[in-house]
Design a protein around this ligand. Structure first.
Ligand SMILES: Nc1ncnc2c1ncn2[C@@H]1O[C@H](COP(=O)(O)OP(=O)(O)OP(=O)(O)O)[C@@H](O)[C@H]1O
Ligand SMILES: [Mg+2]
Length: 321
């Protein structure tokens, strides 16, 4: 079983608005509303890839009820702790004429200490039947910023592989828990290692820097694929690329689809290289769909032969590293 943890689950509303401009009134030409939050998107994609997955986290109020109902309607196994405050709604506006997307995320609910302890207990219980646990997204208000590190340590003690996809302080502190894999996008990685990437070499060096911060393996997603320092025991540096697909419908959640693909292949015991290839194909395929974590496994297979993978020599850490 694979567990996905979403502590800031939401109802994700996506609106297609042609020629979207600030300060104007618009009509949407298409709209969807589905259970969301990063870990929920990962669970949706894992399910369509045929993997056994259970989505957990916290959910509250009428929005939380809807969220759980929608997951159940999609036949995504779920076990959320109910909280007092209302779960949030996140809105994404996608402009089909430019391909640009604008996201507005509501401030999420605060979670009390008691509610959090219920969640911690639930996760330990679920972990007994799990091989992998994916922690995705931001932390809710009211919880200690070091929560991910604590949960990652708990999972590690139970022999569960941990994957962390978060940002800011939550991610920085999570590294102290020594996650198996960290999977930021480029901006999140810059923030994590503490400097901007001016050239390709900086990205490559950053993968090593992420290992020095505590992760055992590091994958940085890019709009063109990923760079990754991964491997069992001995890590190797990889660059994986796929020509960006023409006419993406929506890139919202492509990182979550990447993660689902990567974890799915890893759960199936594929090589580190095949896990990366499959992740990149899933991330790309998901851009052809409206809705985060939605992908078509048959089309993923068709994209796979076009994914290029190079094994690179690790650059020597410069004075900055
Ligand atoms: N236009 C595109 N065409 C093909 N692949 C894409 C495109 N945009 C993104 N991808 C793929 O999706 C994956 C994730 O990309 P990215 O780094 O943008 O994730 P992200 O910023 O974490 O996204 P999110 O957090 O919204 O899920 C990458 O592997 C990338 O190759
Ligand atoms: Mg992401």
């Amino acid at each position: 079983m694979i567990i996905t943890v979403t502590l800031n689950a939401a109802i994700d509303k996506t609106l297609a608005v042609p020629n979207f401009r600030l300060g104007r009134r618009h009509r949407s030409v298409e709209q969807t509303s589905m259970a969301g939050g990063k870990g929920v998107n990962v669970a949706r994609a894992l399910k369509s890839l045929g993997q056994p997955v259970i989505a957990t986290g916290v959910a509250g109020g009428p929005t939380g009820t809807r969220l759980v109902e929608q997951l159940t309607e999609e036949a995504i196994l779920n076990d959320f702790v109910r909280i007092r405050e209302e779960s949030r709604t996140s809105t994404a506006v996608v402009d089909p004429t430019s391909g640009e997307q604008t996201e507005i995320n509501e401030r999420g609910p605060a979670v009390s200490e008691g509610e959090l302890e219920l969640f911690v207990d639930k996760l330990s219980y679920l972990a007994k039947g799990a091989a992998v646990c994916v922690f995705s997204g931001s932390l809710p208000r009211g919880v200690e910023p070091g929560l991910y590190a604590r949960l990652i340590e708990d999972m590690r003690r139970l022999g569960v592989t941990t994957v962390i996809d978060s940002e800011g302080e939550a991610l920085r502190l999570a590294m102290r828990g020594e996650p198996t894999v960290v999977t930021p996008n480029e901006r999140e990685a810059e923030e994590l290692v503490g400097h901007e990437f001016a050239e390709e070499e900086d990205r490559l060096v950053a993968t090593r820097e992420m290992l020095e911060l505590g992760a055992r393996e590091a994958v940085m997603t890019l709009p063109t694929g990923c760079v990754a320092l991964v491997g069992d025991g001995e890590t190797r540096l990889h660059r994986v690329t796929l020509e960006p697909l023409e006419t993406p419908v929506s890139a919202v959640g492509s990182g979550d689809a990447f993660l689902a693909g990567y974890v799915s292949a890893r759960y199936a015991g594929e090589s580190p290289e095949d896990c990366l290839r499959f992740g990149v194909a899933c991330g790309a395929e998901s851009t052809q769909h409206f809705g985060a974590g939605v992908l078509d496994p048959r089309r993923v297979e068709r994209l796979l032969p076009d994914v290029e993978l190079e094994v690179l020599a690790e650059p020597v850490l410069g004075p900055r590293g």
